[in-house]
Structure formats: C-alpha cells, structure tokens
Design a protein around this ligand. Structure first.
Ligand SMILES: Nc1ncnc2c1ncn2[C@@H]1O[C@H](COP(=O)(O)OP(=O)(O)OP(=O)(O)O)[C@@H](O)[C@H]1O
Ligand SMILES: [Mg+2]
Length: 235
C-alpha cells in the first residue's frame, strides 16, 4: 500500500528523519511508538505532504505511484487520511460543509448528511457538534472523535491516526478500536500512540519504535508492553 524509501525530512532546516525505509502493507494495522520529538508526527505530516516538512531525499510510493511531490489534496483524494495530533478548529465551517467539499460531488448532499448523522450516532458523537463550526468549543476528546468521524465518512485506504487515543475516555477508546477492527479489509492503519491501553482492544500486526528519526525496533504487541514497563532507555 505505502512504500517509504530512504526518506529524509527536514523541518525549518533541522534534520528530523534520516534515511527511513519501510513498507506498509494492505489489511494491516501498524502501531508507531517513540519518545517525544522522535519524529512520529513529522513522518505522518510528510506522508500527507505538509509543505513545512521538506523531503530532501527519498521517495513515498502510494499504491505503486510516486507521490513524493504530490500536493496534500492530491494525496487525500488518492486515499490517504491523517488525523491530527492537535486538531484545529475552523470558524465558520461546519463538519457537514467540510465533508461535502472533501467528497466533492461523489455523494448527494442529502444522503451525505444522513450518513454523517448515522455514523456520528454510531461513534457516539453528539449531534450539536456537527452543527457547530468544526471543533469550535469541542473538548480534547470530542475533537479526536470528530477526526474519527471524518475517517469513517471519507473511507480512505491509508489511515494515519496521530495520537487519536490521547485524551479520550475508555468508551471512546473502545469505539476507535472497534472502528479499526471492523474496517480493516483493504486498508492500512498507522496508529501513532504513547499508550498500550488501546492495544487491549485493537490487535496491531506490527509495532514500530522510532527514535531520533529512525525506526530502531520492530515487534508485535509485546514490544508495546515492554515499552510501557521499561520505557525507551533499554531500546
Ligand atoms: N514546524 C516545526 N518547526 C520546528 N520544529 C519542528 C516542527 N515540527 C516538528 N519540529 C521538531 O521536530 C522534532 C520531531 O517532532 P515530531 O512532532 O515529529 O515528534 P513526535 O515524535 O511526534 O513527538 P510527540 O510524541 O511529542 O508527539 C521535534 O524536535 C520538533 O520540535
Ligand atoms: Mg507527535
């Protein structure tokens, strides 16, 4: 699904990711862990094509196509989704108009509204949040659930959840995990997290550890348990 080849990324002239290579396969859930500042969000932003993150070397191949120079909206349209670690609010833009624009004529607006409302109910998102400007006045956990709703409606193939489990209650955590397990077929998940707790509900195919801009260790869910117990020092 996604091939990262010898990727080197600079942010504000600072080298963050160096010569990183990894293949993310279809129908798999990857968990990416690592200390603060190790480059996890930078990797996510680079895959999505954020202009502040300069790719100075290497390639990003998505579904066999080189997207290293593609714009974020091209990447979005081709099936990549990123939920932000800190979702911003967007004054004057409702969830409905945001998604209607993103879907751009692929669905009838009335059917889309019904789908959003139905999905929001399933994900236990309060209806009033849909009518407000995006994320305005939303709590930390509500913002994460709104990110999940966007992923559910847009139905992307590569879903990157940057700390979607941070700040959410235990019911929301289970909802997020159930969503991933139920919608795994044909998709690839990259779940960036600091915590083991979501792994009680969702079974990762591989756990990756990033340190100083490199993937330094790979393993199964036991690696996440080991990190929780011993920290990153031993790695
Ligand atoms: N826009 C930016 N301007 C300057 N430095 C940046 C920017 N974005 C990231 N960095 C720096 O790049 C490094 C990696 O940051 P990144 O956000 O990728 O870390 P992370 O692994 O996601 O950490 P956390 O677990 O705290 O979310 C950090 O030192 C950070 O300060
Ligand atoms: Mg981060």
């Amino acid at each position: 699904m996604l091939e990262i080849k010898n990727l080197t990324v600079n942010v504000a002239d600072k080298l963050i990711i160096e010569n990183l290579s990894f293949n993310f396969a279809k129908n798999k859930i990857y968990v990416l862990m690592g200390p603060n500042g190790s480059g996890k969000s930078t990797l996510a932003m680079s895959i999505m094509g954020h202009p502040l993150y300069t790719i100075s070397d290497g390639k990003i191949i998505f579904k066999g196509k080189n997207i290293t120079k593609a714009s974020p909206d091209e990447r979005g349209r081709s099936g990549i989704f990123l939920s932000f670690q800190s979702p911003l609010s967007l004054s004057g833009v409702s969830m409905f108009s945001l998604l209607r624009t993103a879907i751009a004529g692929k669905k009838d607006p009335l059917a889309l509204r019904e789908e959003i409302e139905k999905t929001a109910k399933q994900l236990k998102i309060k209806k009033e949040l849909l009518d407000r400007s995006l994320n305005e006045g939303a709590s930390g956990g509500e913002r994460k659930k709104i990110e999940l709703l966007q992923a559910a409606i847009l139905d992307p193939e590569l879903i990157i959840f940057d700390e979607i489990d941070t700040g959410v209650d235990v019911d929301a955590l289970r909802t997020i995990a159930q969503f991933m397990e139920k919608n795994k077929k044909g998709k690839t998940y990259l779940l960036i997290t600091h915590y083991n707790r979501i792994l009680k509900y969702v079974k990762p195919d591989q756990v990756l550890v990033m340190m100083e801009g490199k993937i330094v260790k790979k393993g199964n869910y036991k690696l996440a348990e080991e990190i929780e117990k011993n920290g990153y020092e031993k790695i």
